[in-house]
Design a protein around this ligand. Structure first.
Ligand code: RIB
Ligand code: CA
Length: 311
């Protein structure tokens, strides 16, 4: 069993990442930390508590983190996730309190006290992770791996050059990619292909379970927003794919590449600059996802919701 921590900005796809992690016998979710991103820090924290309440997980610690990037103002994404950050259905009010500690201190303490190396799964801007590394660099030697949703080699979303999580806090991403911790980058090159289609959503709605009857309209909202803006025929469940890789590694195929983060470019802020042809001669520092098995991914998601419906 792999012990993991999720640092997230729920967000519809962050919600699916949490649900996938909680339903899998292969994973033990030790905690959830939240960060400003898809919506404000207050809203993403509330959404994490609501998500765990919906699936009956009231013993997983939730710690609230940074409300804004290291040096920049926060960019939110209401056009994709709505005003609440989880528009499309009413989730239950939180049935438990989060922890009092700041997410950065929770991450440091949990990582340092763990008897086994943990895997950290960031699915939002990397502000909390960078702050934790800067506050206590020892965690970089204790983490087994960081499997993050973010970046892209050939794709983009928030600007023509960048992916949202990296764009929001490129300086934090630079710290994380340069930390020496093994990084798997699950970027838009695969997650924009990891679509949960409108037909898949309809099937989920028909199952009418206590979780699926809430998740279906949420995913319909998210899918419609992505269709409107990007022309996608479904919901790209970006963050859940990072977790799926920990359950079934073969759900993606990766290549080791050198990846560096652009922090200064006027047009290219937040670009994950991947040296696909090795022209820089710099050593590869990241396992970059370039292929996805979407049938396997959807199978994992459908199975996860079935398990949560039956609990
Ligand atoms: O670019 C997609 C990423 O940004 C996902 O993690 C989504 O939830 C948003 O955080
Ligand atoms: Ca996210």
């Amino acid at each position: 069993m792999k012990c993991i921590l999720i640092d997230c900005d729920p967000g519809h796809d962050d919600m699916m990442a949490i649900m996938l992690a909680c339903s899998s016998p292969e994973l033990k979710l030790l905690g959830v930390t939240t960060v400003g991103g898809n919506q404000t820090g207050e809203k993403t924290y509330l959404n994490a508590l609501k998500t765990l309440t919906l699936i009956g997980e009231r013993d997983i610690p939730v710690a609230r983190g940074a409300d804004k990037p290291l040096f920049r103002e926060l960019t939110v994404a209401p056009e994709i996730h709505g005003v609440s950050g989880l528009d499309g259905a009413d989730l239950p009010e939180p049935g438990f309190e989060g922890v009092v500690r700041h997410a950065v201190d929770f991450l440091i303490q949990t990582i340092m006290e763990s008897g086994t190396p943990l895997t950290l799964v960031p699915t939002g801007p990397l502000t909390n992770v960078a702050l934790a590394m800067l506050k206590d660099p020892r965690i970089t030697t204790k983490l087994e791996r960081i499997v993050l949703m973010g970046g892209a080699v050939f794709d983009s979303n928030i600007t023509p050059a960048a992916e949202f999580n990296i764009y929001v806090d490129p300086e934090a991403a630079k710290v994380v990619f340069g930390s020496g911790v093994p990084v798997t980058m699950v970027g838009l090159d695969v997650t924009n292909k990891a679509l949960f289609g409108f037909d898949d959503i309809e099937r989920l709605a028909r199952s009418n379970g206590k979780v699926s009857r809430v998740v279906a309209p949420l995913l319909k909202f998210f899918a419609q927003a992505n269709k409107t803006i990007f022309g996608f025929e479904g919901a790209p469940l970006h963050d859940a794919l990072a977790v799926a890789h920990l359950i079934k590694p073969e759900v993606i195929k990766t290549r080791r590449l050198n990846v560096e983060i652009e922090t200064d470019g006027e047009l290219t802020r937040g670009r994950t600059v991947a040296d696909v042809y090795g022209v820089t001669g710099k050593p590869a520092n990241t396992d970059v996802a370039l292929e996805v098995d979407n049938d396997l991914f959807k199978e994992l998601l459908v199975q996860a919701i079935k398990i949560l419906d039956s609990r």
